[in-house]
Design a protein around this ligand. Structure first.
Ligand SMILES: [Zn+2]
Length: 88
């Protein structure tokens, strides 16, 4: 229990994207209750549907990354994969 934390750029970006996705989705739900469209991503990027969908895709990828954990060099070196299902 040394409290050592692995902070790497991919994990940090992933965390930010998941927060953006969660807050945006919350606003979509809240806006829906008040019969409005509070999708901030759509408000900002509504003019570029491709970019808007790429943002959603990135948020989804970040969410999947949160489930499996970051596998970059920095994280694998400070966090040895203890729960490896395929090993042995
Ligand atoms: Zn990492």
């Amino acid at each position: 229990m040394d409290g050592k934390k692995c902070v790497c750029t991919p994990a940090m970006i992933g965390k930010v994207l998941v927060i953006i996705g969660a807050v945006n989705w919350g606003l979509v739900g809240l806006g829906g209750l008040f019969s409005g469209d509070w999708n901030v991503v759509k408000m900002i990027l509504g003019g570029w549907p491709v970019v808007e969908n790429i943002v959603y895709l990135l948020v989804g990828i970040a969410g999947v990354m949160m489930i499996f954990g970051c596998r970059c060099k920095a994280c694998t070196s400070c966090q040895p994969p203890a729960a490896g299902g395929q090993a042995m």
